[in-house]
Design a protein around this ligand. Sequence first.
Ligand SMILES: [Zn+2]
Ligand SMILES: [Zn+2]
Length: 275
Amino acid sequence: MIQNLHTHTTFCDGKDAPEEMVRGAIAAGCTSLGFSGHAPMEAPNDWVMDVSAIPRYRAEVERLREAYAGQLEIFLGLELDYWSPPPGDGWDYLIGSVHCVKKDGAELMVDYTAEDFCQNIATYYSGDCYAFAGDYYRLVGQAAERTGCQIVGHFDLITKFNEGDKLFDTAHPRYRQAALDALDALAAQDVIFEINTGAMSRGYRSAPYPAAWLLSAMRERGCRICITSDSHSAGTILHAFPQAAALAEACGYRETMVLTHEGFVPQPLAAYQGG
Ligand SMILES: [Zn+2]
Ligand SMILES: [Zn+2]
């Protein structure tokens, strides 16, 4: 099975309509595609779906599921933020992610722009990136319990603008401890961690989330993984899957999880390695 479960469309902040994503997935050789539109937040914003759009989102994915039966297996999901209200029943799967941290009454985006990121740390953390990382990872550690997700999204999203450690040192003991504390909390709940290539396709990073040292730590703890592209356009649905699979293998993994109608099952990583 060639599957990507992390996909955004024009229902939220993606560039292409769901049907264009389906066509892109088939063209790329996908056998299975999941839609994971950003779930509504308490206050509407420009990157999540509005509550009023949810019935249309569901109906469109259901329509595509029938229209493309036999060509592409389609799953209906959501990407919940830590702060998203509960989504109700009827979803095939949920991704739980942390995109913003609340501090002193402000909502600080983790992944908006590098300028915004630096400004927030200067304003709200006196320039202490590791204090911000501590707050971010405290939420990540609680993300599965809070959202009820099966997959934890982009575990170290906080490194989006940190290619080459240019903003903070990911080997710093305070950073590592914060990340490992979150990992230990999640590992105890048997969730699936995604290897997410989204920041590669958008030109922010040269490697997927999570960093190799974290992936090795996940492996040591017996954590399961899946590979996703966090794709926001029809041309990037399997972006860098071979690199992601090679990274997983280098960190000791042999299997990745895929969603079936019987739930998540393991399959050999080789399916994504082009041979
Ligand atoms: Zn996300
Ligand atoms: Zn996403």
